[in-house]
Design a protein around this ligand. Structure first.
Ligand SMILES: CC(C)(COP(=O)(O)OP(=O)(O)OC[C@H]1O[C@@H](n2cnc3c(N)ncnc32)[C@H](O)[C@@H]1OP(=O)(O)O)[C@@H](O)C(=O)NCCC(=O)NCCS
Length: 327
């Protein structure tokens, strides 16, 4: 099935990411925010503060360093809410949705309610986590997945069943697999993200820019030679952004392929100097860049996110959710 009905029940307000003058802002964006992304638009937005304007020549232009020459940045603004999140919408082959949640913002009472959505196996896995942060991420990821899928189809959140491929990639199982909903999850401290599309080729990765990483040691080990050279040529102030931009793009791609890092991270390379990230695939990768489109987003000042979709996808909508509508 190429389209999916969306029953969006979030207590949500909506903002659109547009290249138009800002008309102010509203505190209503706190509950849930949806927006439309263009490839490589680095929109900065906080849920608890007025949406930030990514000014001309800001972070994205700085990513153009070394072999990635700086280029002018078009003005990017968030508009205030214009429409509530739709109760029902159509996910077409030309669009992908990104659902974001802050696991640390979920209260213990709401955690209790979210836990009721999990299967006994998911609950057992949740119980085995010893460290609170990944434990909360696990719960929020499961709940976000179940509640979000139920926005697209008339299926109760606890009814969804999942299976995994030989590399561990989850997919829908049972009769609901025929709905044609495809998804991919990612989580880190402070953020859980779920990408949903009508095509199976969707992969998402998020990283905490504040996490400790020995970038000089990792870069030659995980980047293709041209990526490693571009990274090595970067000025100090953009090294971290460049490293995590390349890293999240690579992970998003291997996740979209469903094979994980086992497929080899050095068999393909990204350039960051075009209007959107461009991939080159080596022979062992057996893939065609024309099949793909890559997107980047800064969902919070602390997190960077990359999304790999089929080239057919022309629009990505991002939504914050706070589980206020959880049963
Ligand atoms: C997939 C992978 C790249 C994720 O890396 P990560 O940055 O640590 O984790 P992220 O938070 O971005 O993503 C984790 C989510 O990706 C999904 N995922 C797991 N394996 C996946 C795969 N092969 N392809 C796509 N997505 C996958 C899962 O939903 C997982 O979340 P969950 O464990 O809470 O269900 C990495 O774990 C990997 O390469 N796994 C494959 C290992 C493998 O081949 N195992 C074979 C035996 S199962």
């Amino acid at each position: 099935m190429s389209t999916c009905a969306v029953a969006a029940t979030a207590a949500a307000t909506c903002v659109r990411l547009k290249r138009t003058p800002s008309r102010g802002n509203s505190s209503k964006v706190i509950a849930a925010v949806s927006g439309t992304l263009q490839p490589l638009n680095l929109g900065h937005r906080s849920r608890n503060a007025p949406c930030r304007i990514a000014a001309r020549g800001s972070r994205r232009a700085k990513l153009g360093c070394g072999p990635f020459p700086p280029r002018p940045e078009p003005p990017l603004t968030f508009e205030p809410p214009i429409t509530p999140a739709p109760k029902r919408a159509i996910l077409s082959p030309k669009r992908a949705d990104l659902w974001l949640a802050d696991p640390d913002a979920v209260s213990p009472e709401r955690e209790e309610r979210l836990l009721r959505l999990l299967t006994p196996e998911e609950t057992a896995r949740w119980e085995r986590f010893a460290v609170p942060s990944p434990k909360r991420q696990h719960l929020v990821a499961r709940a976000l997945l179940r509640l979000t899928l139920s926005r697209y189809a008339d299926v109760a959140p606890e009814r969804w069943r999942f299976a995994a491929n030989e590399h561990g990639r989850p997919r829908l199982d049972g009769p609901e697999a025929a709905l044609g909903l495809h998804f991919n999850l990612t989580h880190t401290d402070g953020l859980v993200a779920l990408a949903v599309a009508a095509q199976s080729e969707i992969g998402v990765d998020v990283e905490d820019l504040g996490r400790r990483a020995d970038m000089d040691r990792l870069a030659p080990a995980v980047f293709a030679p041209e990526e490693a050279a571009a990274f090595a040529a970067c000025p100090a102030e953009v090294r971290r952004d460049t490293f995590f931009a390349l890293w999240t793009l690579k992970e998003a791609y291997v996740k979209a392929r469903g094979r994980g890092i086992a497929m080899g991270l050095k068999t393909f390379a990204f350039r960051l100097d075009g209007p959107s990230p461009v991939a080159t695939f080596g022979p062992s990768c057996a893939d065609d860049p024309a099949r793909w489109r890559f997107w980047r987003l800064r969902p919070t000042p602390r997190h960077t996110l990359a999304l790999a979709t089929s080239a057919e996808v022309a629009e990505v909508r991002a939504h914050w959710t706070t589980f206020e509508d959880a049963p």
